[in-house]
Design a protein around this ligand. Structure first.
Ligand SMILES: Cc1ncc(COP(=O)(O)O)c(C=O)c1O
Length: 459
């Protein structure tokens, strides 16, 4: 057991931490974060860190942004809460929905607000079902996700998520959710198979899955443009073009989960634009408010909206909504985030510093511990391996990526270890070239220490 402070003990005795080894946490205690400014946060011992994961891939405009704080204060003093049920409305929600309709890829007819990414994807499933009932296709209900996808933690969205800890002993995935292949060339390609050929094979596998299930039973396919929590997996060239051709042949909706990739992360406003996706609908959250307050949402295409109108006439109401769907605080902050992004040319900034990020990331690929360094824009990961040539992994029980994240944290860099011994990097979009270099310097030191440790303790 480490030296635990009073705050540590209070934490351990009171809080259940999400995605944490609860048993190990009792020994190590928490890292208590106290304040933030720009790309930095400080813990309760005064130690400064670069927030190399932007919180949870979300604090895109960094910490302590006075304009966002003022937008929140102003909204709360004007009207702290009003809702959208029964036709009530408020200006911040209207303004935000107008803005989203203008900027999202594909044709959005309307926007439905939620409080999180999980809720956004959850309603995507409900809408796909509702839509197919409305258009007289009650059998067309299955949703295809992918191995290693991350779409949330509600019963339905944890089922979409393709990661074992979200299923084991939660009795998931639920019925009518299927998983297609993970588009990871480094791990999934046959020897010598090109990215294009790998993409073709995955599209063929998808079509075979749809045909086996019967296309009349498949409603939608959901995908993150770049998989985040599954290991920052950038799909192979031509992947989405080939996948979408299959979906179009079988009248299957394409849902783009833009919860991480949306709002500049990949160097375009939306990941769909970077990866060549033409979505029928998208889910957003996280950077929509730069995580100053919770807010998510989905865009609804005209066909689905017309079906919702028909159902409303038949049933008497659209029977979905949570108290905080379109909370004024979230909407006001999101309006300000989008204004700042436009005014300060944040997407252009990402494009200009992405070359530093990509160069340094690629260089990490040379590290003896790194099997693959991958990423796009300002999101990346390194996958740690025992043997670069054979791609052999460490025993997952050794916790090599967790150890690397800890060594980086000791250096003053917060990053996140993911399944498959990946370590993810996803800093605030406002990061400068100098700060990117500082981030990678710390990461290099952290990996050096991890290698020493692994040679001593693991091999
Ligand atoms: C791609 C993606 N979709 C959905 C979610 C779920 O969002 P939330 O944690 O806000 O429910 C996440 C969370 O990390 C995510 O990365």
């Amino acid at each position: 057991m480490q030296n635990l402070s009073n705050a540590d003990v209070r934490d351990i005795e009171t809080i259940i931490h999400p995605y944490t080894n609860l048993a190990a946490h009792r020994e190590t205690g928490p890292t208590v974060i106290e304040r933030g400014e720009g790309v930095h946060v400080w813990d309760n011992n005064g130690k400064r860190y670069i927030e190399g994961l932007a919180g949870l891939w979300c604090t895109s405009l960094g910490y302590g942004n006075g304009e966002l704080i003022e937008a929140a204060r102003e909204q709360m003093s004007r009207i702290s809460f009003t809702h959208l049920f029964g036709g009530k409305s408020h200006e911040s929600a209207i303004e935000l929905a107008e803005k989203l309709k203008e900027i999202v890829p594909g044709k959005a007819s309307k926007v439905f607000f939620t409080s999180s990414g999980s809720e956004a994807n959850d309603i995507q499933i409900k809408l796909a079902w509702y839509y197919n009932n409305a258009r007289g296709k009650p059998q067309k209900k299955k949703i295809i996700s992918r191995d290693k996808a991350y779409h949330g933690v509600t019963i339905a969205t944890a089922s979409l998520t393709g990661l074992a800890p979200c299923h084991i002993d939660f009795d998931l995935p639920m019925a009518r959710i299927l998983h297609a292949d993970c588009p990871h060339h480094y791990r999934g390609a046959e020897p010598g198979e090109s990215e294009e050929d790998f993409a073709t094979r995955l599209a063929e596998n998808l079509e075979a899955l749809i045909e086996k299930e019967n296309p009349d039973t498949v409603a939608a396919f959901i995908a993150e443009p770049v998989m985040g929590a599954g290991g920052v997996i950038v799909p192979p060239r031509t992947y989405f073009e080939k996948i979408q051709a299959v979906l179009a042949r079988h009248d299957i909706l394409m849902i783009a989960d833009e919860v991480i990739c949306g709002f500049g992360r990949t160097g375009r406003m939306f990941g769909s634009e970077t990866l060549g996706i033409r979505p029928d609908t998208i889910s957003v959250a996280k950077a929509l408010t730069s995580a100053y307050v919770p807010l998510g949402g989905v865009t609804v295409g005209e066909d689905v909206y017309q079906a919702m109108l028909d159902e409303s006439r038949k049933i008497g109401t659209f029977g979905h909504g949570t108290t905080y769907s379109g909370h004024p605080l979230g909407c006001a902050v999101a309006v300000k985030v989008l204004e700042i992004m436009e005014r300060d040319k944040i997407v252009e900034h990402v494009q200009s510093v992405a070359s530093v990020f990509e160069t340094r990331l690629k260089a990490l690929g040379e590290h003896p511990l790194v099997g693959e360094a991958r990423g796009v824009g300002l999101i990346g990961a390194v996958e740690l391996v025992r043997d670069k040539n054979t791609k052999a992994q460490y025993d997952p029980k050794a916790g090599v990526a967790a150890k690397a994240a800890q060594f980086c944290q000791d250096e003053g860099l917060i990053v996140r270890n993911l399944a498959g011994d990946a370590v993810a990097i996803c800093p605030p979009l406002t990061i400068t070239g100098g700060e990117i270099n500082a981030l990678f310097d710390m990461m290099e030191h952290g990996l050096d220490k991890t290698l020493d440790w692994a040679r001593r303790e693991v091999e």
